[in-house]
Design a protein around this ligand. Structure first.
Ligand SMILES: Nc1nc2c(c(=O)[nH]1)N[C@H]1C(S)=C(S)[C@@H](COP(=O)(O)O)O[C@H]1N2
Ligand SMILES: [Mo]
Length: 387
């Protein structure tokens, strides 16, 4: 029995998983041998990103050095919101399902909670992560709970010509196209086939607590395996349509622009941000006595292994923590850095998936010829100085 089991048992004795109890599970006092070791010291990166002020689109951005647990506590979870950040009263709230359905619906929170419950541990990464100098840690992992979306769409009876499912948040802003100004709700869409994936949840719980307001209270969409943008918060309407939805967050923003080589010709492509890509990062370097260790995370594919490179040396295998794993969650890994010498060093990691695909280097044309910062899964190099 380890520290976490002990904590769980203590919790049961206290009578349930209270919020305070959950906080206890993540307290440094009970931190597990990995990723934190007792008595260790974290050596801060030299290339520290500038601070991210609150009040903007991105708030509560963590620092990689703070990675201390497999699940990210709610109060440490990154928040991204493009419009206003509505505080919704659950009593007046309903989730509407309309458009090309035989049975339009308006569901209360109670009705949704009375339906079958499902949990998924999912690592949510903003697709803009690693796009700006300050934006390299836009990611977190939580246990999300809610009710599966697919049976509700079935119950609503999607008509034969329905092909696109649009998810609307209740947050809104003004958009302008060709000098036409229009109020718009935040919205993202998926094909009906993607929306019917049994993993998709109408989520009302995050790490055992009611979905917090900044993360979309009372209900958000959780789409395991997709970048953050697909996980619509403050969800209040789902509409089935018979044609592509071309709102800002599908067709104008969150569009990846690349140059691709085809038969010796350069072709420029534009595509909507989609599924998470294979990626890893070195999160922190720690020291205990004279032992140095690099700890990191890897996600976005079925990750088979992770390798670490110090300076221009050979790639060497990291050890993946196999104790806590889930299909859609990041894997934490560590690398014992033998014979570390004083001075400045560059640390790079790369993930390899079960098919043998390797996370691309930043010189790889898939990264170097990508002109927007979305979906940047290139290898990350961090700088550290040892004394
Ligand atoms: N309604 C709504 N949902 C949204 C957004 C938003 O601005 N409005 N931002 C998206 C983006 S870009 C990301 S990265 C994730 C972030 O989820 P989080 O704030 O819970 O971390 O929410 C997505 N869902
Ligand atoms: Mo995002």
């Amino acid at each position: 029995m380890d520290a976490q089991d002990l904590a769980r048992r203590a919790l049961l004795r206290q009578g349930g998983a209270s919020l305070a109890g959950l906080a206890l599970l993540h307290s440094p006092f009970l931190a597990r041998a990995f990723p934190s070791r007792p008595g260790e010291e974290v050596i801060p990166w030299l290339d520290q990103p500038p601070a991210n002020p609150s009040g903007g689109v991105v708030e509560n951005l963590p620092q990689w050095e703070e990675l201390g647990s497999w699940l990210t506590p709610n109060d440490k979870f990154i928040r991204v919101a493009h419009y206003n950040k509505p505080a919704i009263d659950e009593n007046g709230w309903t989730l509407k399902i309309d458009g090309l359905v035989k049975q339009p619906m308006a569901l209360s929170l109670r009705t949704l909670k009375a339906r079958p419950r499902k949990e998924v541990i999912f690592t949510l990464e903003c697709s803009g992560n690693h796009g700006f100098p300050w934006f390299t840690s836009g990611i977190g992992t939580a246990k999300w709970a809610g009710t599966p979306l697919a049976p509700l769409l079935k119950q609503a009876g999607v008509m034969a010509k329905g092909s696109e499912v649009v998810f609307f948040g209740s947050d809104a802003g003004e958009e302008e196209v060709r000098q036409i100004k229009m109020p718009q709700h935040f919205a993202r869409s998926m094909s009906l086939a993607d929306a019917m994936n049994p993993n998709n949840l109408l989520c009302y719980e995050m790490n055992g607590a009611a979905l917090p307001q900044p993360h979309g209270f009372p209900v958000r969409l959780i789409v395991p395996g997709w970048y953050g943008i697909a996980n619509v918060k403050w969800l209040d309407r789902i509409e089935i349509r018979d044609r592509r939805f071309m709102g800002r967050f599908m067709a104008r923003d969150y569009v990846t622009i690349r140059e691709e080589q085809r038969d010796g010709e350069t072709v420029w492509t534009e595509s909507s941000v989609g599924r998470t890509l294979l990626k890893s990062v070195p999160a922190k370097v720690t020291r205990r006595n004279d032992e140095y260790r690099v700890v990191g995370a890897a996600w976005g594919g079925p990750v088979a292994r992770v390798e670490v490179q110090v300076d221009k040396g050979p790639w060497a295998a990291a050890t993946i923590d196999r104790r806590e794993q889930a299909e859609f969650a990041w894997k934490l890994w560590s690398f014992d850095w033998a014979n570390a010498t004083p001075g400045e060093h560059a640390i790079t990691s790369r993930a390899v998936d079960v098919q043998g695909n390797v996370q691309p280097s930043i010189e790889d044309p898939r990264i170097a010829k990508k002109r927007t910062y979305w979906e940047s899964n290139g290898q990350v190099t961090r700088q550290v100085r040892l004394t």
